[in-house]
Design a protein around this ligand. Structure first.
Ligand code: SF4
Ligand code: SF4
Length: 285
């Protein structure tokens, strides 16, 4: 039986626009469907009243940094914030109460093939020139980049003290015919590789043994997902509720989303996982 709490976390697509066109993107990118700045302010005030226990906001897109000024303002409504970015836009000018999660999807050639030519160098450059603030790396693992996990972990574990952790997301496929999706057996092999990396890099690697167990059992993953238990809610770029989650449609049967297994209700009985969840929840370290 899942634990029952009111929503503590809200995810917002602050824009549906994005300068990139990644092969794994699940969004229809149309900036003409975004709320205007004033409309977002009113919407957030309304959501704060409707869900008074929200303590963390997740800011997504599209590319959320396209609306950096508005984003910086709206982050003031929440004690803790996470920004999910491709890293294609400089990070400066953001308030302190946030962690910026930057997508790196493989070594340079693999990342650029998945995202955009030159995007790896641009992202690394933006990380390098961002002296203040907290960063994490997020790698969406798929058929094309699963062999580059160790190289990416090594590069970013030693890159800079401001990079605090590395998250792994498993490509949430649209079914068995999705060319990027891993089978459950392949996913289990990747989990073993990641757990070996955790032995080497410790808590820098977010995925714990317990999270690996959850990933072996899709039913457990779905039942523990905060969007399913109701501790997380999601809103599209028009401020409307997205159901069941940020994907906007149910992809649960093939989901490998990190929030589903990192913040799973199942983890509440596992100390290493609770520790990792607590780090994320409190903006690290
Ligand atoms: S950066 Fe994100 S929103 Fe933009 S194309 Fe890539 S996956 Fe889609
Ligand atoms: S698709 Fe994944 S993140 Fe969305 S509700 Fe289902 S399990 Fe949760």
């Amino acid at each position: 039986m899942p634990l029952s709490f009111p929503p503590l976390v809200a995810a917002f697509d602050i824009t549906s626009a994005c300068p990139l066109d990644c092969r794994h993107c699940y969004l229809e990118k149309r900036s003409d469907q975004d709320l205007a700045d004033g409309e977002w302010r009113l919407k957030i005030q309304k959501i704060r009243k409707e869900f008074p226990f929200l303590v963390r906001a997740l800011w997504l897109g599209g590319e959320p940094l396209l609306r950096k000024n508005l984003l910086a303002e709206l982050m003031g409504y929440f004690p803790y914030n996470s920004i999910f970015t491709s890293g294609s836009i400089p990070f400066s000018g953001l308030p302190e109460n946030c962690v910026i999660q930057v997508s790196i999807d493989g070594t340079e050639s693999v990342h650029d093939w998945i995202r955009w030519p030159g995007s790896f160098a641009k992202t690394v450059s933006n990380i390098s020139v961002y002296p203040e603030g907290k960063l994490t790396i997020a790698m969406t693992v798929n058929k094309w980049n699963r062999d580059s996990l160790a190289e990416v972990a090594e590069r970013f574990a030693n890159f800079s003290p401001k990079i605090l952790a590395m998250h792994f997301i498993f490509h949430t496929s649209r079914g068995v015919s999705d060319p990027m999706g891993l089978s459950f057996e392949e996913r289990a092999e990747v989990v073993k590789t990641i757990l070996k990396l955790r032995q080497k890099y410790g808590n820098f690697i977010m995925l714990t043994s317990k999270m690996g167990k959850i990933l072996e059992n899709q039913t457990a993953l779905v039942h523990g997902c905060p969007f399913v238990t109701g501790t997380a809610v999601s809103f599209d770029s028009m401020g409307n509720r997205k159901s069941p989650c940020w994907y906007g449609k149910s992809l649960c049967s093939h989901c490998g989303c990190s929030i589903a297994f990192e913040a799973s209700a199942e983890n509440f009985f596992d100390f290493p996982s609770v520790r990792q969840m607590w780090r994320v929840f409190r903006n690290f370290p």
